[in-house]
Design a protein around this ligand. Structure first.
Ligand SMILES: Cc1cc2nc3c(=O)[nH]c(=O)nc-3n(C[C@H](O)[C@H](O)[C@H](O)COP(=O)(O)OP(=O)(O)OC[C@H]3O[C@@H](n4cnc5c(N)ncnc54)[C@H](O)[C@@H]3O)c2cc1C
Length: 390
């Protein structure tokens, strides 16, 4: 089948955010939408392929909490709505921080209460019973949130794509966007390896390539790419079934979770940590750098890891913004250009909210409980973009 030559909206990028935007745009009644993916949907060049898939209500600020709540509602009814089991398992999450920072949990718990989110302060002894392998000598308390959980990100992506196809969207895998044509300050089309597509609206959901894609339209985005490393151990009885995600906030952010190991005694421990800035687009671990910078942190917090064999270490690149909020929506510079990028560590957790905000922005409706305002690129006006390697 030949690719269409005209579309109302072209989305560049078939990771979870591009797929979500595509689906909600179609559901908003915009049918002539195309998605261009240079690889496979959610393939090896996407960050979505490396994700852990945690979806969290336990957030620190009102905007992220609202984004999470909006997304949770969608995840809970996902199977009913789209007919795909996304394996949503809610084991909860436990955040811990060093004693000098423990006050933040009380503040967080207070905010959670106002939003009706479960949040329970745990003592050091409580934490020990959940995760006996952690060194808690500098930890006084933690915050447990029982509803946080995990989804299969690829199933979510496939669910969105299935619905979008059903509603008439065109998806072009193995097609690379190579330029955005701007005429008189307005988007005129997207040049791809399969030909030119005339369109007045382009959505930049290109993940780690988003900064380059924006430059085609003359737009500078304050994005930085950083590797997050994941270490897997051999199976160990210390990782209990149903263990919550453990988030160690200081002195280095470390996530610890369990992976079921089929046919062995005990589960695999999975540690994710480190923001190693990178200019490369290869999702490949930098073992020497990782060991030099982070090995001591893991050993300090989880001394038990000394006695375990490491079976795998891999890395995925996340795209970060200076304030940790994604960049969404229109810009003042180019009419028809829409950002959907800079998702950092929340691209899965907030996938439904992100797609719905993009759909609302393009269809010019305002029904959602979160506004796109705090995510607009214009919030960085006057910000020195130079340190972001533009
Ligand atoms: C190890 C790890 C663990 C993580 N864990 C979590 C977690 O637990 N919870 C959470 O919420 N988030 C997590 N994240 C972050 C999350 O995975 C990302 O925020 C999310 O996947 C970003 O999705 P995206 O669609 O924006 O980008 P991507 O998934 O990177 O998709 C972008 C797509 O654009 C395509 N593309 C780029 N340029 C072009 C072009 N020129 N033409 C055509 N196609 C193009 C790429 O091929 C790619 O498929 C984790 C990330 C990592 C690395």
């Amino acid at each position: 089948m030949n690719m269409k030559k005209t579309a109302d909206v072209v989305i560049i990028g078939g990771g979870i955010q591009g797929a979500s935007a595509l689906c909600y745009l179609c559901e908003a009644g915009i049918r002539n939408v195309m998605l261009i993916e240079m690889d496979k949907l959610g393939g090896a060049s996407s960050t979505t392929a490396y994700t852990s898939g945690w979806v969290m209500l336990q957030e620190e600020d009102e905007i992220n909490i609202r984004m999470s709540q909006m997304s949770f509602l969608e995840f809970l009814r996902f199977e009913e709505k789209y007919g795909i089991d996304i394996n949503f398992i809610q084991n909860g999450s436990l955040s811990i921080d060093t004693t000098d920072h423990s006050e933040r949990f009380h503040k967080r718990a207070e905010i959670h209460k106002t939003f009706g989110i479960h949040g329970e302060i745990l003592s050091r002894e409580d934490i020990r019973s959940v995760a006996p392998f952690l060194n808690l000598s500098d930890i006084e308390s933690g915050l447990f949130s029982k509803n946080d959980g995990k989804v299969n990100a690829d199933s979510v992506l496939q669910g969105y794509i299935r619905q979008a196809k059903r509603l008439g969207a065109e998806i072009c895998e193995g097609t690379k966007a190579v330029n955005i044509k701007v005429r008189n300050g307005k988007v005129a089309g997207v040049e791809t390896t399969s030909g030119f597509i005339h369109t007045p609206v382009v959505v930049n959901a290109a993940g780690i390539y988003a900064k380059q894609v924006a430059r085609w339209a003359g737009i500078r985005l304050p994005l930085t790419n950083a590797l997050l490393h994941v270490v897997l151990t051999e199976p160990t009885p210390m990782i209990q079934d149903n263990m919550p995600l453990i988030e160690v906030l200081n002195p280095e952010l470390i996530y610890v979770e369990g992976r079921t190991s089929i046919g062995s005694e005990g589960n695999i421990a999975e540690y994710s940590l480190g923001n190693v800035k990178t200019e490369s687009f290869d999702h490949v671990a930098q073992l020497e750098l990782f060991t030099e910078k982070y090995a001591d942190h893991i050993l300090y917090r989880i001394p038990e890891i000394f006695n375990l064999g490491i079976t795998n270490c891999y890395a995925g690149i996340r795209t970060l913004t200076p304030d940790d909020f994604p960049i969404l929506g229109h810009t003042d510079e180019v009419e028809g250009y829409v950002s959907d990028c800079g998702w950092g560590g929340r691209g899965i957790s907030h996938a439904p909210a992100g797609g719905r905000l993009i759909a609302e922005c393009i269809s010019k409706t305002h029904k959602l409980p979160v506004s796109i305002e705090p995510f607009l690129l214009s919030r960085f006006k006057g910000h020195a973009l130079s340190h972001c390697h533009t």
